[in-house]
Design a protein around this ligand. Structure first.
Ligand SMILES: NC(=O)C1=CN([C@@H]2O[C@H](COP(=O)(O)OP(=O)(O)OC[C@H]3O[C@@H](n4cnc5c(N)ncnc54)[C@H](OP(=O)(O)O)[C@@H]3O)[C@@H](O)[C@H]2O)[C@H](O)CC1
Ligand SMILES: [K+]
Length: 505
């Protein structure tokens, strides 16, 4: 699913009105019907208190109030209005509401006029103050109202976007901005870019997309560099196995991971790689790790380093279709040298670099130039910061991510609540599977194993990264059915990979 920019969304709105054709007031009505249905389903028989502004987001709120009132819900509407006039469609909806239920509405022009004490604790607050038309941070009356709503214990549902939040904008990170902290956000047609950033996404709560039928052909034709990964897309990318096939058809992966005291990284990455469908796996481990890996992962072959403790050499790379390097490696001088020599000797093998592999790159920046094109780097934010420097805010982080991928022609999987895969041309794919239980030791090693396994099976780097991240998150979500966010371990995630594949279908 595309994540369009605010101006594109406005154009989409206009295009739909002209080409469907549908009048803007009817489009607002359609949007409001969707919101009201969702509210009635989620909050059956609850009372609602709707804060509306003067733009079209407020118009949505007024129309929602009327629909809820038609269904005999108890609704209070608070129109927060400075001296500005209402938008044309908000004004029509105000008249419609006044005709059906004039007593539900109060208009406030000063903060003292809002009687927050009157709002029952179990009422659902609907936030329809500002949507995608926000042009500056909130001030004065609007800021006070938003701050006061955020102090209330009530659940808040935002229409389209939490009021005060920009759809995509650096100012989201400005200290002291007042932004609604929603429990749920019902967003029209597509999520907004700011939902995916830690600094701004924390205001959004659970978000749901309401398909209000905006012109699909227009969406399809829009240039776009931000996408949300969907199950449908992953299903299309999954490679189905023919009946007559053998392990030789599914690639041979090499995992260079683990060192003295960190053999778990090798075990976890190896198990994940095998559970992702690789035909053959060789785990390259230090001499000391031989017995450990052989007994923990009997399915894997081993390549044994001459060093007892660390990675200092590598086997003939031509045997392998994909290589994963980094988990639990350490950064000893000889390890750095071996890594550099390996980069010099890469041919056509697909490559994943994680953990200490990334730390070696950030401490030896000249090696970045040796990373082969289309390699996949899988940093967590701290590792990424070591590679690109400190960012000012999340939008800056995103632009550094794109610049980095374009400069080195690599894919980067930047891990987080919404892990983003950025391609060498700067296109970003946001992943929505996964949960906070996956923030646990070895979780990243598992992802390295999964992506390496997919690469070995001839998934393109883009497919392997996007599918791998999705599967890893999905397996984590399935593991959460048996475990809690606290108790989940990396091996729990791996044990659910089979079920995750089945969920893709
Ligand atoms: N996408 C669609 O197809 C549909 C969207 N709908 C809804 O419409 C809103 C967007 O509506 P819009 O009227 O463009 O924007 P807002 O409702 O957010 O409000 C804009 C007005 O608010 C003023 N404004 C902006 N920032 C501030 C501020 N910080 N303080 C005070 N006032 C502010 C702005 O004035 P300007 O000075 O910036 O010109 C406008 O007057 C979308 O989010 C959906 O909810 C449709 O209903 C369905 C189709
Ligand atoms: K809103």
């Amino acid at each position: 699913m595309k994540i369009l920019a605010p101006q594109q969304i406005r154009d989409l709105d206009q295009y739909t009105i002209q080409h469907e054709p549908i009048s803007s007031i009817d489009l607002m009505e359609r949007a409001a019907q969707h919101v009201a249905s969702e509210l009635m389903e989620k909050f059956y028989n609850k009372r609602f208190c709707i804060f509306v502004g003067t733009g079209n987001n407020g118009g949505d709120g007024l129309a929602v109030a009327r629909v809820l009132d038609d269904f005999a819900y108890t609704v209070k509407v608070i129109l927060v209005k400075t001296s500005v006039k209402l938008s044309a469609d908000a004004s029509i909806n105000l008249d419609r509401l006044l005709k059906t239920n004039p007593t539900c509405l109060s208009t406030v022009k000063k903060i003292g006029e809002v009687d927050f004490g009157q709002i029952k604790k179990d009422a659902i607050i609907v936030d329809a103050l500002f949507g995608s038309g926000l042009s500056r941070p909130l001030e004065g009356l609007y800021k006070s109202v938003v701050d006061a709503i955020n102090e209330l214990p009530n659940k808040v549902v935002s229409i389209d976007i939490p009021s005060g939040l920009f759809a995509e904008y650096d100012k989201n990170s400005a200290q002291g901005n007042s932004i609604i902290r929603a429990h749920t956000t019902l967003s029209f047609q597509m999520p907004k870019l700011s939902f995916f950033m830690p600094e701004s996404g924390c205001h959004v709560g659970q978000w749901h997309v309401l398909d209000i039928g905006l012109a699909r052909n227009f969406i399809r034709e829009q240039p776009c560099s931000h996408y949300v990964v969907s199950k449908k897309q992953i299903k299309k990318l999954r490679k189905k196995r023919p009946l007559h096939s053998h392990k030789g058809n599914y690639g041979h992966a090499l995992l260079i991971a683990g060192s003295y005291g960190k053999m778990g990284a090798s075990i976890i990455a190896s198990k994940a790689c095998l559970r992702s469908g690789v035909g053959l796996l060789t785990a390259h481990v230090p001499h000391w790790g031989y017995g450990i890996i052989q007994s923990a992962v009997p399915e894997a072959m081993t390549s044994i380093d001459r060093s007892d403790m660390f990675f200092t050499e590598f086997p003939d790379l031509n045997t392998f279709s994909a290589i994963g390097i980094g988990p639990g490696l350490n950064k000893k001088r000889n390890t750095v040298l071996a890594f550099e020599t390996m980069l010099d000797n890469m041919n056509s093998q697909a490559l994943v670099i994680d953990a200490d592999g990334l730390n070696i790159l950030s401490e030896n920046k000249h090696l970045l130039g040796k990373v082969p094109e289309n390699a996949i780097l899988t940093p967590h934010p701290k590792e990424f910061e070591r590679l690109v420097g400190v960012w000012n805010n999340d939008m800056d982080k995103l632009s550094r991510l794109k610049k980095f991928c374009q400069q080195y022609q690599v894919f980067t999987v930047l891990k987080g609540a919404y892990t983003v895969t950025c391609t060498p041309n700067g296109t970003c794919y946001f992943n929505t599977t996964g949960n906070p239980g996956m923030a646990t030791a070895g979780s990243g090693d598992a992802l390295t194993g999964i992506i390496t396994g997919l690469l070995a099976q001839n998934y393109s780097p883009e497919e392997a990264a996007v599918v791998g991240v999705y599967l890893h998150g999905k397996a984590g979500d399935l593991a959460l059915k048996k475990e809690s966010t606290e108790s989940m371990t990396a091996l729990d995630i791996i044990s659910c990979l089979g079920a995750a594949f089945k969920k893709i279908g």
